[in-house]
Design a protein around this ligand. Sequence first.
Ligand code: FEO
Length: 172
Amino acid sequence: MLSPRMEEALNKQINAELHSAYIYLAMAADLEEKNLPGASSWMKMQVQEELMHARKFFDYINERQGRVTLEAIEAPPGSWESILAIFEAAYKHEVYISGRINDLVELSREEKDNATYNFLQWFVSEQVEEESSTDAVVQKLKLVGDHGHGIFMVNQELGARVFTPPAAETGV
Ligand code: FEO
């Protein structure tokens, strides 16, 4: 059974993951607007990742006989200055989410909730990947600068990303 504090914090994380999905969906729309369909497709894969993260918290709360509580999702920004600004914001957001996961791990220790501590380890590893994948795009975009051909190439490359569903990812 989850403690009330742990249950509330896990529920807030469902909201944070859905908010992440919402932000990335807004970024996907803005990238479409900027005529960068490959980068937009990459962001749509990111949206699927976030929905999967939210679902993992949702299922875990239920599995521990907790109560899922869904709250309003804050509206995301509508547009960004450039593709670089978008990926920099995505990277910054992932660093923020990593901080939240670390706080949840800390709380699970305080609550002596080893099951939740174990559950959260998947997210600890996932956040390393999330920060790394967004930063890799930022670095590429910094390299190409304002060169249209370079941005065209990065856009093409980002369009090749495919979503790995959780079953294949975890081997369950
Ligand atoms: Fe759910 Fe991108 O962290």
